[in-house]
Design a binder for this molecule. Structure first.
Ligand SMILES: Nc1ncnc2c1ncn2[C@@H]1O[C@H](COP(=O)(O)OP(=O)(O)OP(=O)(O)O)[C@@H](O)[C@H]1O
Length: 555
């Protein structure tokens, strides 16, 4: 259960709301039991009074019944409000924490997580914890207090009959949740296996629909999707059957408690140790006592899933702490020199190194173009310089300071990086530009768009800078999306620029025009540019084939 501790600690800011919610739940359960017990007593007592003509005060019991009925509804309403409010606040905080944990992870680790896997953590795993907060802790605590109190009152009123009811309810109250937990774990694991598979297939279907259609593979993908959906539906059906069995078992348990009350209570009644109305009160209170347990097997059934979700959520928490551990003083924000010395890097233990003992120096203010065949390792080189991945050996330094030792904010205040697959966000042109500088005014944005030759295109759009670019920039052409991403960089004042195939998707004439406009901006900076065709790259001081970075024999 150690994996749940951080999430229990996370409840601290909500402890008053949760305590109030649990108190309201106790009031609601106690009112339910009181209502049933008192109603049983009252109906029996009026019958006895009718038969015997004995005096009966009907006003106080009927006021009590009205009180319990009202208390039950009102407390239940506010319990839902308070408990859900506390839990939703906690889950919102948890999502923020998860994002902060994942965001600084080394790219290689995030890359290993599928988009659907990340989505799953942000949604299903976080939501699985509401089972812990909302369905296990509060209701279990409320059941213990309510049933403890009820049994104590019944023992006081009816001695052995109360004890018999207590024995049945307590035994069932302990054994049923434990049984559900044990039996539910495999179902939870099955749901956990099938849910990411279904989400993965769904995300692939949406993102790759054009390719699937062009390859005539929609039918085959649909089969994959349906297989995942069927697997999930079957796992959920098994889990639902267990929930149903748990609820049925609680119903039987409540009737077992009623039976115990009658078996022990009737001889007591016959011996005139308790009255008829009291026997009815004990029997019906025993039956209502089951209500305190109704939701428990279903909640405990999912404890295994909740624990697995907690383990997954904590998986990367330690890494984030390690990554932020080594931080040094950053170099000043001026033209900075770059150096790779004896750098070796492989993507995975079983793959050959992309760089072996590679070295490169870029002087402050210099622009260097690296070229080489596809797959030789050019993008990997830029990821290393940007500090997104760490070399296995050797150093990557910015004016003598290892890039890895720089805090991420300091690093990216000095390095701006156009990656090969830039992401545009589902936002306006201005929204996408302001990601680098939220305070950028319109004049600066127009200037940046002019530099990349996109100003006329944006001006002609009906909403100008507020024009929506669509999901992933889907409303722009490939070349326009690339130039918008480039304009984002132009807005920064970082002294080091890394460009990976900056003109991908641009025709020669547009590329030449953008290169001409970029030249003054690049001239003030240190730049490392990757291009498969150095002749069409922006103006540069030096060009180097990628393999010259590798020590002899390294290839
Ligand atoms: N995350 C990764 N895991 C494993 N291997 C990878 C990963 N990323 C890249 N590689 C491999 O590393 C090698 C270098 O890839 P890289 O993207 O750096 O090449 P590149 O020169 O930029 O290619 P291109 O010009 O086609 O973009 C390739 O063989 C590629 O398959």
């Amino acid at each position: 259960m150690r994996e749940l501790m951080p999430f229990l600690r996370d409840l601290r800011p909500e402890c008053w709301r949760l305590a109030l919610g649990t108190l309201l739940l106790i009031v609601s359960l106690a009112a339910s039991i009181g209502l049933m017990g008192l109603s049983g007593w009252f109906i029996t007592a009026t019958a006895v009074a009718g038969l015997t003509g004995a005096y009966l005060d009907i006003y106080r019991p009927s006021a009590g019944i009205r009180f319990f009925a009202l208390a039950r509804s009102i407390s239940r309403y506010f319990e839902r409000l308070v408990h859900h409010d506390a839990v939703l606040r906690t889950l919102a905080r948890l999502r923020g924490w998860l994002f902060r944990t994942l965001a600084p992870l080394p790219l290689a680790r995030v890359g290993r997580l599928r988009r659907s896997d990340l989505l799953n953590r942000m949604t299903a795993d976080v939501e699985a914890l509401d089972n812990l907060y909302l369905r296990i802790i509060g209701p279990s605590l409320a059941a213990v207090v309510t049933l403890g109190g009820t049994i104590a009152v019944l023992v006081l009123l009816a001695g052995p009959a109360g004890l018999a009811v207590g024995a049945v309810l307590l035994a069932g109250g302990i054994l049923l949740p434990l049984w559900a937990w044990r039996r539910g774990s495999p179902h939870g694991e099955a749901v956990d296996r099938h849910l990411p598979a279904l989400r993965g297939a769904g995300v692939d279907a949406v993102q790759g629909l054009a390719e699937l259609r062009a390859c005539g593979a929609v039918g085959r993908h649909e089969q994959r999707l349906m297989a995942a959906a069927d697997g999930l539906a079957a796992a959920r059906a098994r889990a639902a059957r267990l929930t149903g069995a748990g609820e049925g078992a609680v119903g039987l348990l409540a009737h077992g408690a009623l039976l115990a009350a009658l078996v022990v209570g009737i001889p007591l009644y016959q011996a005139e140790a308790i009255s008829g109305p009291l026997l009815a009160l004990v029997a019906l209170a025993a039956l209502a006592g089951g209500e305190a347990l109704t939701a428990l097997p279903g909640a405990w059934q999912h404890l295994g899933r909740t624990r697995a979700a907690a383990r997954r959520l904590l998986e990367h928490a330690d890494t984030a702490a390690d990554e932020s551990a080594a931080v040094v003083d950053p170099p000043p924000r001026q033209a900075l020199g770059l150096a790779l010395a004896g750098v070796t890097f492989r993507h995975a233990a079983h793959t050959p190194p992309v760089l072996r003992d590679g070295s490169l120096t870029v002087a402050p203010g210099e622009t260097v173009v690296i070229h080489g065949p596809s797959g030789c390792g050019k993008s990997t080189l830029l990821d290393l310089v940007a500090g997104l991945i760490r070399p296995d050996a050797g150093t990557v330094t910015l004016e003598g300071v290892p890039v890895h030792a720089l805090a991420e904010a300091e690093r990216f205040a000095r390095i701006t990086y156009l990656t090969q697959r830039t992401e545009l966000f589902a936002d306006s042109v201005a929204g996408n530009l302001r990601i680098v500088d939220p305070r950028a005014d319109e004049a600066r944005m127009w200037q940046a768009l002019h530099t990349v030759g996109l100003d006329e295109r944006v001006r002609s759009a009906p909403r100008g800078l507020d024009e929506w670019v669509g999901e992933g920039g889907g409303r722009l052409s490939g070349g326009e999306a690339r130039r918008l991403a480039l304009a984002r960089l132009v807005l920064t004042d970082a002294p080091v620029v890394l460009l990976d195939e900056p003109f991908r998707g641009l025709d020669d004439a547009t590329a030449a025009e953008v290169a001409r406009r970029l030249a003054p901006w690049l001239a003030e900076r240190t730049a490392l540019i990757i291009s498969h065709d150095p002749d069409s790259a922006p103006p540069h001081d030096r060009r180097l084939p990628f393999f010259e970075l590798i020590a002899p024999g390294g290839e």
